[in-house]
Design a protein around this ligand. Structure first.
Ligand SMILES: O=C(CO)[C@H](O)[C@H](O)COP(=O)(O)O
Length: 231
């Protein structure tokens, strides 16, 4: 099976955790999209759920395939969020934001009683940081924020390019109207320290380190599906 097929298998396995009447956070990315399409089949078959999407892109897909939606304002407490990830470590800390939706993804995950991550096995790492860390920043003072991020990283012994994410010739703009800086710091031994340091920078809106949010990860590999639970 290729990575796309494995993503579908992980998404299919996650459906077993969705019960009738649930309020569901719905993630962003290709794995989450596979989940939405499978969920829509269940909804067509009579399953009742209400979804809160983590991006405009996911909202559009849900509307297209018939998954009923709410907003986090109308449904501020969720039973379960299903979302993908760019990296997953053994503690179920994550890097997310490859699709640019990290802010809403984190808000939705934090509003959920449980978060289940779905992924193909290539996303599993020993230590987070192979995937560049997405950092969502306010447009104002971009250069100053970039310098502050580099300085904060250096204090923690981390360094590497911090690149403004582009879509063609223009900067990528998130659903919240912000920019994304992708920080290639390499391995991040102390994710909590980096998280705190980034949160202390005024121009940083949010970052893609998800620590203590995932309750389980459903990972599909060539040897089958494994479910890893948070310790
Ligand atoms: O965090 C995300 C979007 O912001 C995605 O969950 C992450 O990028 C994984 O994407 P995919 O399922 O396409 O591999």
């Amino acid at each position: 099976m290729n990575a796309s097929e494995l993503k579908v298998e992980a998404a299919r396995a996650a459906l077993a955790h969705v019960g009738d009447g649930m309020r569901l956070g719905i993630g962003t990315g290709s794995t989450a999209e596979a989940f939405v399409r499978l969920l829509a089949e269940k909804v067509a078959g009579g399953l009742t759920v209400i979804g809160v999407p983590t991006s405009e892109r996911t909202a559009a897909l849900c509307l297209e395939v018939g998954v009923p939606l709410s907003t986090l304002d109308d449904t501020p407490e969720l039973d379960l969020t299903i979302d993908g990830a760019d990296e997953i470590d053994p503690d179920l800390s994550l890097i997310k934001g490859g699709g640019g939706a990290l802010l809403r993804e984190k808000i939705v995950a934090a509003a959920s009683h449980r978060m289940i991550v779905i992924a193909d096995a290539s996303k599993i790492v020993d230590t987070l940081g192979r995937f560049p860390l997405p950092i969502e920043v306010n447009k104002f003072g971009l250069r100053a924020t970039e310098l502050a991020i580099a300085a904060a990283a250096e204090n923690l012994g981390l360094s590497g390019p911090v690149a403004l994410r582009m879509t063609g010739a223009a900067p990528f703009v998130t659903d919240g109207g912000h920019f994304i800086l992708d920080a290639s710091f390499g391995r991040i031994p102390d994710t909590r320290a980096l998280s705190n340091a980034l949160h202390a920078i005024p121009g940083v809106v949010e970052h893609g380190l998800f620590i203590g949010l995932a309750s389980a990860a459903i990972v599909a590999g060539s040897d089958g599906i494994k479910t890893v639970h948070a310790r």
